[in-house]
Design a protein around this ligand. Structure first.
Ligand code: MN
Length: 240
C-alpha cells in the first residue's frame, strides 16, 4: 500500500469569499508533490492535539508546511516588533505532533516554517526577523518575484540526501523572514546560503529532513526538487 503522509493544515479566516468560514487548507503543490512521489497526502486538523497519538500510530509519515511565523513564546522569547502573524494553536499542534512522531520514529519533512517548528520542538531557537542577523547579505524574501523562480544559491554538505540530489550547490526560491538561530542538538545543518543562513537540516536516525525554501513550487519546472518529497515517502514506506 502507498504510505499515507499527514500534512499539518494551515488554519486561516474567517474568509469573506467563503461565507466567512474559518478554513484549514494546504497549498496544492504540497499535495501534488506527495502524490507524485508515490504517497497519499492527508491534511490534518490543527485544532485537536488529542488526536495526535492515534494519528502517529496510523499514518506512515508527516510533513509540516510553510505559513505563519512561529510564536517565540515556545522558545523563551517575547515577540519582537517585526514578528508577523502567529497562530498559537497551530504551533502547539505541530510541536506536539513533532515530538510524538519522533518518539514513534516516523519520518517528518519540514518545509520553511515546518523546519523551524521542528527546530523549536528539539530545543532550538529562531531569528524572529532576519534583520536581527548581523551579517545578512542575501535577499531571503524574494516577493514580488514569482514563487517558481529560484533567486539565491545554496551550498550542500557531503554525504547527505540533498547532496545526492543536488551536488555541491543549487539555486532555490526564498520566502522567509524568520530562520534558524540556535540549531537544536537533534540535527545537523546540511545546507547554507552565502550569508550563513541555515537552509536545510537533517538527522538520519531520527528520520528528520528540513528545508527552508519551497520545493513544492519549484518541482514542476525543476524536477530534482521532487526528491525532497520522495525522501519522506520512501522513509515512510520503509516503516510499513
Ligand atoms: Mn533563503
Amino acid at each position: 500500500m502507498r504510505p499515507v503522509i499527514g500534512i499539518g493544515g494551515t488554519p486561516i479566516g474567517p474568509i469573506k469569499q467563503l461565507a466567512n468560514n474559518p478554513v484549514t487548507y494546504t497549498p496544492q503543490g504540497y499535495l501534488d508533490a506527495i502524490s507524485a512521489s508515490g504517497g497519499i497526502p492527508l491534511v490534518l486538523n490543527p485544532r485537536d492535539p488529542k488526536e495526535i497519538n492515534e494519528l502517529v500510530m496510523r499514518l506512515d509519515g508527516f510533513m509540516l508546511t510553510g505559513g505563519q511565523d512561529v510564536s517565540p513564546l515556545f522558545y523563551g522569547e517575547e515577540p519582537h516588533q517585526k514578528l508577523g502573524t502567529t497562530n498559537y494553536q497551530r504551533d502547539l499542534y505541530e510541536l506536539t505532533l513533532t515530538k510524538a512522531a519522533l518518539a514513534a520514529n516516523k519520518p517528518i519533512l519540514g518545509i520553511c516554517r515546518g523546519m523551524q517548528i521542528i527546530n523549536v520542538a528539539l530545543g532550538g531557537t529562531l531569528y524572529q526577523d532576519l534583520g536581527e542577523k548581523a551579517d545578512l547579505a542575501v535577499k531571503h524574501q524574494q516577493f514580488p518575484t514569482d514563487w517558481n523562480q529560484p533567486t539565491h544559491s545554496l551550498q550542500f554538505c557531503d554525504n547527505t540526501p540533498l547532496h545526492q540530489l543536488f551536488g555541491d550547490s543549487t539555486l532555490v526560491n526564498s520566502f522567509h523572514h524568520e530562520a534558524i538561530k540556535d540549531l537544536a542538538a537533534g540535527w545537523q545543518a546540511i545546507a547554507t546560503s552565502k550569508d550563513g543562513v541555515i537552509e536545510a537540516t537533517y538527522n538520519q536516525s531520527a528520520k528528520l529532513l528540513g528545508v527552508q525554501w519551497h520545493p513544492e513550487r519549484l518541482f514542476p519546472t525543476h524536477p530534482e526538487h521532487l526528491g525532497i518529497f520522495k525522501w519522506v515517502v520512501d522513509q515512510a514506506a520503509n516503516n510499513q
